[in-house]
Design a protein around this ligand. Sequence first.
Ligand code: ZN
Ligand code: ZN
Length: 418
Amino acid sequence: MSDYPRNAAPAIDPAKLDKLAEVAIKVGLQLAPGQDLVMTSSVAALPLARRITEHAYKAGAGLVTCLVNDDEMTLARFRHGAEAGFDRAAGWLYDGMAKAFGEGAARLAVRSDNPMLLANEDPAKVSRANKANSIAYQPALEKITGFDINWTIVAYPDAAWAKLVFPNDEEDVAVAKLANAIFSASRVDVADPVANWQAHNAALRSRTQWLNGKNFHSLHYTGPGTDLTIGLADGHEWKGGASNAKNGITCNPNIPTEEVFTTPHARRVEGRVRSTKPLSYQGTLIDDIEVRFEAGRIVEAKASRGETVLQKVLDTDEGARRLGEVALVPHSSPISKSGLLFYNTLFDENAASHIALGQCYSDCFVNGASLSAEEIAARGGNKSLIHIDWMIGSGEIDIDGLDAQGNRTPVMRNGEWA
Ligand code: ZN
Ligand code: ZN
């Protein structure tokens, strides 16, 4: 027994943490010699951020700048901040980030969020703060989602997050378990992680090549509570694994990743769909989502839990009721097989096929880099301040691809590639 404050760091295998940092730089970013890097991290995740910085400089980084946030400071705002301050955001900071990306800097986010951090704070303040932040972040986010630059996201097992995923374990045991789950999903617990990622990217590429060759007009999903037709955007392109950024660098924007994804047509989605896993959205768990689409727009929405938050999300703007992403993940993906709910989209979206409300990736079009915002909208690309993924895949879902004449090709049966 001891009264010393617990320090989670010793529970995390330092060799694997170093591998994760190496994968972040060499696979996630493929950071170019001389390239600057803008990184964000929580205070808790600094052990990983420090190793990433080391690998970045070893790879020839120009300048690494790390912006650090802290849960206690975030809570202080909600508990003691003046009412009028909740529509504010650090626009000057995001403008600076957008400027850095415009000048060629890469972007790396270390995610270690406690999904329940704001669970007990005033939802109206949380929603105002999020909206102000989304608006201020938009110019920087557009450069990221449009792949102007190479970018990536990796995860670190913060103690509060670990206790949520493994509630019955002591904190240091929970941290060790979450660390191992992150290392395994991120493919760094193998002898040669970089080679393993190359093979994984090649396997995902063969899926996207097949789907792009078929050039389906729409996908039809059937399963319990689901009978949904998702039109695909005109000139859509399936992506997965590595992405070619406009700066000529091939990056892996998500570590881990198991999905292949493209842009749905924002005005051609019809029918009903039921979520298959809870969605953890900024401190609220939204469960058993059921929505109905008409002409691409959600006209009915309910949830067994978190429905108020869901309705607020849908009212963010016009595009929040329409789809911006459709992604296919086999039910047998390693993250799905782990059986864990991570309460974090970076992991949970790789456990099941999913759709996202809101902003589309302009990159998911043939010659997407050369299209204007108007051309993307005309092809069916959606625009919104939000992009929220939620899971609709399971071992009970069948998916058919339909061509413009309605001819069917099996794509998935019982959640597996057909
Ligand atoms: Zn996705
Ligand atoms: Zn997404």
